[in-house]
Design a protein around this ligand. Structure first.
Ligand code: HEC
Length: 197
């Protein structure tokens, strides 16, 4: 019957047309015929969805108890006087007093500590002089701070003190130690007698 090539082409196009029109659904929200549905509808769970597999019904499982985020070292000393003494005895500054480390400490100090303790360490930071902060922080200059074990200062930066807030979430451990180098090597070297009147 179809000796003419064009007639075959017509038949194929017509059939393709019928098939593709049939694939459409009358429901506008449905895509109609699904080709490879197992690829279209993922078997994987929706991360914020629900699931019967986990005990609590949520698709995401809780980390195993005691899990530590990568790169985070848990801080073992409690925020007590004994905790601070222990930290002072056991924690030692892993950084050498190189120019680069001290410079790093200066940068971090002036970002995080200077606004209260003063960039010169005299306890007269901008939050104190403009009376935005209710309590005067101690000076970080002179003998007292020089004799304070590095670990105790690390403890204060990490957990905070009586009023002073904790800085663990803002300052990385290496930078906390660098700040201590800066305080000890630069700020603490200023003695009472050196202070300008
Ligand atoms: C918002 C103000 C504020 C900031 C910021 C701040 N401090 Fe303090 N800091 C204080 C006050 C107030 C005290 C005294 C009261 C207390 O111990 O909480 C104090 C106390 C201290 C002490 C003595 C604590 C003790 O136990 O004797 C040290 C050391 C110290 N700060 C270091 C730092 C360092 C280092 C930084 C920066 C990482 C810093 N502080 C940032 C307000 C601040």
């Amino acid at each position: 019957m179809f000796r003419n090539k064009n007639n075959w082409l017509l038949l194929i196009l017509t059939m393709a047309g019928i098939i593709s029109l049939n694939a459409c659904s009358h429901d506008r929200n449905s895509p109609g015929f699904d080709y490879f549905p197992d690829m279209k509808y993922s078997e994987a769970l929706n991360p914020n969805g629900s699931s019967d597999i986990t005990g609590n019904g949520a698709s995401m499982m809780m980390p195993v108890k005691g899990t530590i985020p990568r790169g985070i070292v848990p801080y073992p000393y409690p925020k007590t006087d004994e905790g601070m003494t222990k930290a002072g005895e056991n924690l030692h500054n892993p950084l050498d007093s190189t120019e680069a480390n001290i410079e790093r400490g200066k940068t971090e100090y002036e970002i995080y500590c200077g606004l209260c303790h003063g960039n010169d360490g005299e306890g007269d930071g901008i939050l104190i002089t403009n009376e935005k902060y209710p309590s005067s922080p101690p000076a970080l200059t002179g003998e007292d701070i020089l004799e304070r074990p590095d670990g105790e200062i690390y403890h204060v930066i990490t957990l905070g003190s009586a009023i002073m807030g904790a800085h663990a979430s803002q300052i990385r451990p290496q930078d906390r130690w660098a700040i201590i180098l800066y305080i000890k090597n630069v700020l603490a070297q200023t003695n009472e007698s050196d202070k300008p009147e």
